[in-house]
Write a new protein. Structure first.
Lengths: 80, 411
């Protein structure tokens, strides 16, 4: 699985949504991505990429796109 | 091998105790070896627990469970562990006996957490109230502890329930090295009837008072008023304003016109949120809120009670800060308000009873500087609005991990 596939999988499984909904998805756009869903997503991503997300990054992680930039800081490149 | 001083619990007392999870051989717990702070076995257990909690199907009904699960996940605990790296020669004190409160049901889990993280065996008395959240968590803890891979750790955990009983309190007090009493002044008083062994001590969480400091002009500049209302809701109504961290006094700072505007917007935004959340004021609470307003109106001078469309938010505007104000508390959304150009009146008002100050429209550093110079006897935490109930290993002025472990000194 590529990094992008893993990234998408975390969203799809945490929020139970289709892949077509991911582009442009923002925090609180859908009911599932509330504060509870956010914690579930963060846990999935930490496990998937074996990283420890900093509390500021967890707070700043406000969209599907923003998350990609944040993960780059942890040397997780989603383009490969 | 059991230590000689082990005293078995009398049968007639044992039969009154209901085991909810873990080890039922209480008398043998003093013989267990203390663990080191952040022991690997504890971190492994917490991580497995975290996985089950975060994905729990009832998580949305009980967000506290998810928040706790998130707090105990491996990366979070590993980060906490790093801030205690200097504790290389510490070990747990032995047996910790926790008396959990009923006002914040999830609290027992955090008490157990600090007990284990600091290296102690934990006997946790849960509130005898029948609470769904407690049952969900106990079921999960029980299932995990019964797994063969956690059989050693199971010996260190007893989650129990019993009706208030001084004899049982005395038994557990007699075998513990550390007693952690939540639940306020009355619970502390009750437990103090039961003596502790000479070297043991109490960590007490007494009745506390919390308030919120808002700079009106800055509040007016905040774009997302709904989010701020939500933060305030999380500090207050989420626990029916019953938590010791829930603000009861709002101290407005600024000029009168800004404060007037800010109050209008602030309370309106909160009211909308309460309607959206379908918050219900129980009949008893409504009576208490009304009677508090009447008492205060009679006892204090120049009190204003703003007219409200319903009884969701009860406001009591004060012209002065009386020293007995912290004794006048009431749950379910009852707020005192006081306004001034500067927060200077706080220095004489803050007593030992003061715990958490939440703030809106201030910078952390300016408050650090401001309060550091005041040298007050009270106030243990200063946190942004919305974070009042966020758990921390430093609580009520205690650094719990350091307090609950023993330092072995070498020279």
């Amino acid at each position: 699985m590529t990094n992008l596939e893993k990234y998408n999988k975390a969203f799809i499984e945490s929020f139970n949504i289709g892949k077509d909904k991911l582009d442009g998805l923002k925090y609180q756009d859908i009911i599932a991505w509330d504060s509870v869903g956010h914690m579930q997503l963060m846990t999935e991503l930490e496990e998937e990429f074996n990283v420890e997300l900093d509390i500021d990054d967890i707070t700043d992680f406000s969209s599907y796109e923003e998350g990609k930039t944040i993960l780059l800081k942890y040397e997780v490149n989603l383009d490969i | 091998m059991l230590r000689l001083e082990v005293v078995a619990i009398p049968m007639y007392l044992n039969s009154k105790i209901q085991l909810m999870a873990g080890n039922d051989k209480f008398s043998e717990m003093p013989a267990l070896k203390p663990l080191v702070p952040f022991d690997d076995s504890v971190i492994r257990f917490l991580d497995e627990l975290s996985g089950l909690l975060i994905k729990h199907p009832q998580g949305r009904d009980f967000p506290e469970i998810i928040t706790f699960g998130f707090y105990v996940r491996k990366s979070s605990i590993t980060r906490l562990k790093r801030s205690y790296e200097d504790l290389k020669s510490n070990v747990g004190r032995g047996v910790s006996f926790h008396i959990a409160p009923s006002n914040v049901p999830i609290n027992f889990a955090y008490s157990l957490l600090v007990g284990l993280l600091s290296g102690n065996a934990c006997i946790v008395r849960l509130s005898s109230k029948e609470l769904t959240l407690t049952n969900i968590l106990c079921d999960i803890l029980s299932t995990l502890l019964d797994m063969p891979k956690f059989s050693e750790l199971k010996e260190y955990v007893s989650l129990i329930k019993y009706e208030q009983d001084t004899e049982i309190n005395s038994f557990f007090s007699s075998i513990c090295d550390l007693r952690i009493i939540w639940g306020g002044d009355n619970t502390v008083k009750e437990l103090r009837k039961s003596p502790l062994p000479p070297r043991s001590f109490d960590i007490t969480f007494a009745d506390r008072y919390s308030f919120c400091l808002i700079r009106a002009a800055e509040y007016l500049n905040i774009k997302d008023k709904r989010k701020m209302a939500f933060n305030f809701y999380n500090d207050t109504y989420l626990f029916d304003q019953n938590a010791c961290t829930s603000p009861r006094l709002i101290f407005w700072v600024g000029d009168l016109e800004n404060i007037r505007k800010a109050k209008e917007i602030f309370w309106h935004a909160l009211h909308e949120l309460l309607i959206e959340k379908k918050y219900l004021v129980q009949p008893m609470m409504a009576v208490d809120k009304y009677s508090l307003s009447c008492d205060v109106a009679l006892d204090y001078e120049n009190v204003a009670l703003p007219i409200a469309p319903d009884n969701l938010i009860s406001r009591i505007e004060l012209e002065s800060l009386q020293s007995d104000l912290p004794e006048r508390t009431c749950a379910g959304g009852s707020f005192f308000e006081y306004s001034d150009q500067v927060p200077d009146k706080l220095s004489n008002f803050v007593s030992r009873k003061f715990q958490t100050l939440t703030y809106i429209g201030f910078k952390r550093d300016e408050l650090v500087e401001y309060f550091a110079n005041l040298e007050m006897v009270g106030l243990d935490r200063i946190v942004p609005c919305g974070k009042a109930s966020e758990f921390s290993l430093v609580w009520d002025g205690y650094d719990l991990i350091r307090h609950m472990s023993r330092v072995v000194s070498f020279e």
